[in-house]
Design a protein around this ligand. Structure first.
Ligand code: PLP
Length: 386
């Protein structure tokens, strides 16, 4: 096997584009100097379209979970009552963070593999007017669900004054996100998924309404205090030493987004989703999620008559292709293909071709080329539509 080739198709971290990798190799600069200020000035306006916002997008160094914790410590305090929508492992993480800070959590658990129902949440808020914030996951990475965030915002804002706080770590940059138009009060994303960077940056948007809550929140916080980030960013700076190499990379990621066009980036993700899903349908291997709620960035497959882990092992051993397994109770039950960020329809064809060999090798009698053909047909179909 070619030792240096690793086909990384897990739902984050995702592969880094070569030009981004090179950008990150730039010579280090002083974080209080003119170079950093100019870098921030280049990045600041160009991040906004990715989030669909006119607000400045705050950047905190840390993994995605640091962003989730930032959301919690800034908006709520011990004793506040919140609703956390749990559609999988990452909704569950929001619960754990809230509980760690003594926040009173009401959970709305949805079967893993399904999306939440905004109408249920609206009715719940009607009966529970004390809820201060609703926490939700945009793409639930553990199941491959893309939850209806726009409808959630509408339902919550019609019914209550609660903030809508969204974890978009595994899809922002790959799917349309309209923070201002939808009314998301606080959105968090990370750098290592559809944003095509290594882990280490988290991006946060905050609505006017959420700023009022944040300004008056008595919860103790220091490094994660968003007020510091807002003040520094208004001066094209950061309160602490930023992860400068990642910002060099981000500058180039934004170039790539602009060259391709954001709409084309989203279309590419949609196409990769459709190619992947039709391949498994053609092979009659069940998908975990329904078409209308599935994420353009990650697909979960739930094989009925072979072991997901056997397939993962053989494709890793023979092709160094990594896909993810299941989390928590779905461990061993599913495998998940990340098709986000630096990933194209050409990569999907490679994944499907390898999968067919792997599935055959572990003893399931499929006809070679069936999945591949379906994916190719989806590709050709969209060309006709374009
Ligand atoms: C990856 C991910 C995170 C953050 O995980 P980190 O390991 O802390 O970067 C949070 N939410 C979702 C939905 C994710 O996919």
């Amino acid at each position: 096997m070619l030792a240096d080739q690793h086909l990384l198709r897990i739902p984050g971290p995702s592969p880094i584009p070569p030009s981004v990798q090179r950008a990150m190799n730039q010579t280090m600069i002083g974080h209080r100097g003119k170079e950093t200020k100019e870098l921030m000035q280049r990045i600041k306006p160009r991040l906004k379209p990715v989030f669909g916002t006119e607000q400045d997008v705050l950047i905190v160094s840390g993994s995605g979970t640091a962003g989730l914790e930032t959301a919690v410590v800034n908006t709520v305090k011990p004793g506040d009552e919140v609703l956390v929508i749990v559609t999988g492992a990452f909704g569950d993480r929001f619960v754990k963070i809230c509980e760690a800070y003594g926040v009173t959590v009401q959970r709305y658990d949805v079967e893993w593999g399904a999306a939440f129902d905004p109408a249920y949440i609206k009715a719940y808020l009607q009966d529970h007017p004390t809820i201060k914030a609703v926490f939700a996951t945009y793409c639930e990475t553990s199941t491959g669900i893309l939850n209806p965030i726009q409808e959630l915002c509408k339902a919550v804002h019609e019914q209550s004054n609660a903030l809508v706080i969204v974890d978009g770590v595994s899809c922002v940059g790959g799917v349309e996100t309209e923070v201002d138009a939808w009314g998301i009060d606080l959105l968090v994303t990370g750098s290592q998924k559809a944003m095509m960077l290594p882990a280490g940056l988290t991006f946060i948007t905050v609505s006017e309404k959420a700023w009022k809550v944040i300004e008056n929140n008595e919860q103790a916080r220091f490094y994660l205090d968003l007020r510091k980030y807002r003040k520094s960013l208004s001066e094209d700076s950061t309160p602490f030493t930023p992860a400068l190499s990642l910002l060099f990379g981000l500058d180039q990621v934004l170039n790539l987004f602009e060259e391709e066009g954001l709409q084309a980036v989203y279309n590419r993700h949609e196409l990769m989703k459709n190619m992947t899903r039709s391949a498994f349908k053609a092979m009659e291997i069940p998908l975990l999620t329904a078409d209308d709620v599935s994420s353009p960035t990650v697909t979960a497959i739930k094989p009925a008559d072979f072991a997901a882990e056997d397939l993962r092992k053989v494709i890793k051993r023979e092709f160094n292709l990594s896909v993810a397994g299941g989390q928590q109770h779905l461990q061993g039950e599913i495998f998940r293909i990340g098709h986000m960020g630096y990933c194209s329809p050409a990569d999907v064809l490679q994944i499907i071709g390898i999968m067919e060999i792997g599935i055959k090798k572990i003893g399931k009698n499929i006809e070679l080329g069936q999945g591949m053909r379906a994916a190719q047909e989806v590709y050709l179909q969209q060309e006709v539509l374009a």
